[in-house]
Write a protein that binds this ligand. Structure first.
Ligand code: TXA
Ligand code: MG
Length: 322
């Protein structure tokens, strides 16, 4: 199959209506989309990404009227969060309608749903009469794509069309929260800072557990695997001066927040120490260093606030042993 990269919404829409898969831009990362109500189309997502069937997908809607076809009820606070953060990088895990195919939710009785903020994604959705199930458009376990070319590099031959919406401006995946046992819990830090959600809810998100990031892995969401978002080269995260000493003599590929280091390859994510800019550039930097001739990737630990929390989470998973 020869892949085309282009900006034709009608091509993307025709393929999706015909039960095919299309890579689409969102403000967070590129997604690999299919008609959420067509189980055969959704199956193509899983085979193309080599994604295990136990890892549920996020359903993307383009307008609020579509919510009722996907979720059964809105728990306390859900509507307020949708009003504030949608369209945008927040996924809510909510009780699902029985019509949502089991393959989308891995048989769970909940569904992850969000309204993406990318104008092209919204326009595509407005031309379709079904929502789109879409995980990130990368082979399972690898770093998510933030440009159309990233998608083409890895899945190019396996996808009929990649809708090119430029570089993603958030750069890390959506924040995922779920309603469980009468409270909101954080499943994955992401593009909406946890502090902003807590301000809207007026309570702290529950993040109990022994996980170093403070994020507990929900038992029924095995997609939150420890080793994920991972380059092929070894990754170490911590204090850069200490890491440099420990890796003396090696070809270092380095990811730092704002300071340049005299190493083999240095990727500075934001010279002005802006966490938003750093998040935007994180995955492209990881991909670049993974493709380079460095021996090891050393990454700085970011401030644990705002988007720094999502950056640290992805770096920690990138460094986890497989
Ligand atoms: O920003 C994003 O969220 C991107 C763009 C394309 O929207 N999507 C994305 O999808 O990151 P994915 O599949 O790579 O990650 C979604 C995660 C999965 O790891 C899955 O475990 C979790 O969401 N998830 C989905 N539905 C769930 C559910 N019902 N309960 C718990 N976790 C769920
Ligand atoms: Mg993913």
């Amino acid at each position: 199959m020869s892949t085309r990269i282009g900006t034709y919404l009608s091509t993307a829409a025709d393929l999706l209506r015909g039960g095919d898969i299309v890579a689409i831009p969102t403000e967070t990362v590129y997604g690999l989309a299919a008609d959420a109500f067509n189980p055969e189309a959704v199956l193509k997502i899983f085979t193309t990404k080599a994604r295990p069937s136990f890892d549920p997908l996020i359903v993307h809607i383009g307008r609020m009227e579509q919510l009722g076809c996907v979720v059964l009820e809105l728990p306390e606070g859900a509507e307020r969060m949708m009003n504030v953060f949608w369209p945008g990088p927040l996924t809510l895990v909510l009780p699902k309608r029985p019509e949502v195919p089991d393959i989308v939710t891995s048989g769970l009785d909940t569904v992850g749903v969000r309204m993406p903020a990318h104008p092209m994604a919204l326009e595509l959705l407005s031309n379709l009469d079904f929502p789109l199930a879409a995980p990130s458009a990368n082979p399972f376990g690898y770093v998510s794509p933030t440009t159309a070319q990233h998608v083409a590099d890895q899945l190019g031959e396996r996808i009929p069309y990649i809708l090119d919406g430029g570089a993603c401006n958030v750069g890390v995946e959506s924040t995922i929260i779920g309603w469980e046992a009468g409270e909101w819990r954080l499943y994955r830090p992401g593009g909406v800072p946890v502090e902003a959600i807590e301000r809207v809810l007026g309570v702290s998100l529950s993040t109990a557990g022994g996980d170093p990031s403070g994020v507990e892995v929900p038992v029924q969401a095995p997609g939150m695997l420890e080793s994920h978002y991972a380059p092929r080269k070894p990754v170490q995260v911590g204090d850069l001066d200490e890491l440099l000493k420990a890796h003396n003599g090696q070809r270092i590929g380095m990811i730092s927040f704002s300071k340049t280091y005299p190493v083999h390859r240095s990727e500075v994510l934001s010279p002005s120490s802006d966490l938003k800019e750093a998040a935007q550039k994180l995955f492209a930097a990881l991909r670049m260093l993974d493709a380079s001739d460095c021996d090891v990737i050393l990454a700085e630990r970011f401030p644990e606030e705002g988007l720094g929390r999502a950056i640290n989470d992805r770096l920690r998973r990138a460094a986890a042993k497989r």
